[in-house]
Design a protein around this ligand. Structure first.
Ligand code: KIV
Length: 287
């Protein structure tokens, strides 16, 4: 039986009841089917797909066209999850008009329920404009991967009072601008707690400690399916790399040794047809 659609009021109810919200990234249909079956609350089609799926060394090369195609595939597999399209680099920074047009594509073309964008006070006007245009926005503070050039790499944020206070203030600014939720990435648990306690919107953490209203992990990280690097905050729940590599090697060994394909992998001819075929071919060869 299909589950009830996850909505913004439901996410607020979970926060109010102190029930943790679960969130995972997803980029494809088969994984979406499984996340839906598991009952994950929020699915993020993250621009991290530029790294985890497309092999780039940052998220910057993700484009709107690519993001929309992946979001469509995920929506087909997960009709009940709250689906968020991640606004890629330069899809919302140039102007509010362009931000609305691009965010609108996630909603209209991929059936997303909301979009996510990175930044605090610097994007408050964009958050306001999108919200006014009926597009729910999740903010993203702390480590914001689209700013790695400014941050000097994928580094934890808010580890001293000045930068931590800026995160706390930015969270308030985003909430006032109309964000329905905020993702907090790679900050100490103290910062996660202070932001969460003071927010009336759900705060989802990825490397922001246990006090947030919910948790996000990148699906390739938690499944052990991405080897380039593993952030400190990742817990690996599976070793897909190991499982898949073993399967590839066994397949190659089987082919080399003639064990694959076995009779059960072969089609059979209709009764009597094999012998008839042999004799017809032989007769033809004699002529
Ligand atoms: O793109 C993504 O998956 C994200 C996470 C890193 C938070 O934004």
């Amino acid at each position: 039986m299909a589950r009830e659609k996850v909505t913004i009021p439901y996410l607020f109810q979970k926060k109010a009841r102190g029930e943790k919200i679960t969130m995972l990234t997803c980029y494809d249909y088969p994984t979406a089917l499984l996340e839906e079956k598991a009952g994950v609350d929020i699915i993020l089609v993250g621009d991290s797909l530029a790294m985890t799926v497309l092999g780039y060394d940052s998220t910057l090369p993700a484009t709107m066209d690519v993001m929309v195609v992946h979001a469509q595939a995920v929506r087909r597999g997960a009709p009940g999850a709250f689906l968020i399209g991640d606004m890629p680099y330069m899809s919302y920074q140039v102007s509010k008009e362009e931000a609305i047009r691009n965010a609108g594509r996630f909603m209209a073309e991929a059936g997303c329920d909301a979009v996510k964008l990175e930044g605090g006070r610097n994007v408050a006007e964009v958050v306001e404009a999108l919200t006014r245009a009926t597009i729910p926005v999740m903010g993203h503070l702390g480590l914001t991967p689209q700013s790695i050039a400014q941050l000097g790499g994928f580094k934890a944020q808010g580890r001293d009072v000045e930068t931590a206070l800026r995160v706390v203030e930015d969270a308030k600014i985003l909430e006032q601008a109309g964000a329905f939720a905020i993702l907090l990435e790679a900050v100490p648990p103290e910062v996660g707690r202070i932001v969460t306690e003071r927010a009336s919107i759900p705060i989802i953490g990825i490397g922001a400690g246990p006090h947030c209203d919910g948790q996000l992990l990148i699906v390739h990280d938690m499944l052990g399916f991405f080897e380039a690097f593993t952030p400190k905050f990742v817990k690996k729940y599976a070793d897909l790399n190991g499982v898949i590599l073993k399967a590839f090697r066994e397949y190659m060994d089987d082919v080399a040794a003639g064990r694959f394909p076995a009779p059960e992998h072969c089609y059979t001819m209709k009764p009597g047809e094999a012998a008839r075929l042999e004799s017809l071919v032989r007769e033809g060869e004699k002529r």
